[in-house]
Design a binder for this molecule. Structure first.
Ligand SMILES: [Fe+2]
Length: 274
């Protein structure tokens, strides 16, 4: 459900101030960062149960693809329908020749968009766009897996601008390596999945993620100031209780619960206000 203050969401996204993030459900966010309007794992298209016109989304699409405000940069963690919106990417790059897309190489190869829009950064590769630094960190969607040497199928993204550091973990488990990769950057925020995993979901091909306890432990281990839990609200069959996450974290880690359509002022963390 979109928050009541999400009326005219397109307008709000258009006018985001630097350092603000708009949660868009599941792992999707739109950020204003270093003069760039950045979407991470943004999915606005509807998703349907196979062979039906029944929506799988518990949160309805916020607006039609063509109504999405212009984006400067689209980051995609991996090739799953709740993270990759091909129609959105194709529409954005058609409308705006300066829109850039960072995604695993196997996704970029398959997208029908101009070559100049594709940024192949590779494992631990980084780019600076405007005032924003972006680094691609291999993550483990059950396992680390490259599609070709040096190019992972799954990325998390580290973003730095104006003294803020945010790590968006896409879909991932925790590992010693990932803790080492991220802790050196002392992120202000980590955006991490909390839906966990179990044999029943695995048997249906639903690949697992960190659960709330693991996400909190990870956030503590990398020295984050706050956890923004993700991957709990899109699908009935693969969600989590975000209030339990907040409860478990009490006294250990600040938790900022993302509400679709309600802006988060990321800069507040620097003044210790949240
Ligand atoms: Fe996912």
């Amino acid at each position: 459900m979109w928050d009541c203050c999400s009326e005219d969401l397109e307008g709000k996204l258009e006018c985001l101030s630097d350092g603000f993030a708009m949660p868009m459900g599941q792992c999707g966010f739109v950020l204003e960062a270093g003069g760039m309007k950045v979407a991470i794992d943004l999915v606005v298209s509807d998703l349907f149960y196979k062979g039906t016109d029944i929506s799988r989304r518990r949160i309805e699409p916020p607006f039609p693809v063509a109504s999405c405000p212009g984006l400067d940069l689209i980051l995609v963690s991996h090739d799953h329908a709740d993270h990759l919106d091909r129609a959105l990417i194709e529409d954005q790059t058609k409308r705006n020749e300066n829109c850039r897309v960072i995604a695993p190489a196997c996704i970029l190869d398959s997208l029908d968009i101009p070559d100049c829009s594709k940024l192949y950064v590779g494992n631990y590769g980084s780019v600076r766009l405007g005032g924003l630094f972006v680094k691609a960190i291999p993550i483990l969607h059950m396992d680390y897996e490259n599609s070709s040497p040096g190019f992972s199928r799954f990325y998390g993204y580290l973003l730095r601008w104006n003294g803020l550091t945010v790590f968006h973990g896409g879909d991932t488990l925790s590992s010693r390596r990932l803790v080492d990769d991220i802790s050196r950057y002392r992120p202000d925020y980590v955006m991490l999945p909390i839906n966990g995993r179990d044999p029943e979901r695995l048997s249906k091909g639903i690949v697992g993620n960190m659960d709330a306890c693991e996400a909190i432990d990870f956030a503590v281990s990398v020295g984050a100031k706050a956890l923004i839990p993700t991957h709990f609200d899109f699908f009935k069959e693969n969600g989590a209780d975000v209030e339990t996450c907040r409860h478990i974290a009490t006294g250990r880690m600040r938790v900022v619960v993302p509400v679709p359509g309600r802006c988060i002022d990321l800069g507040q963390i620097q003044g210790g206000q949240i």
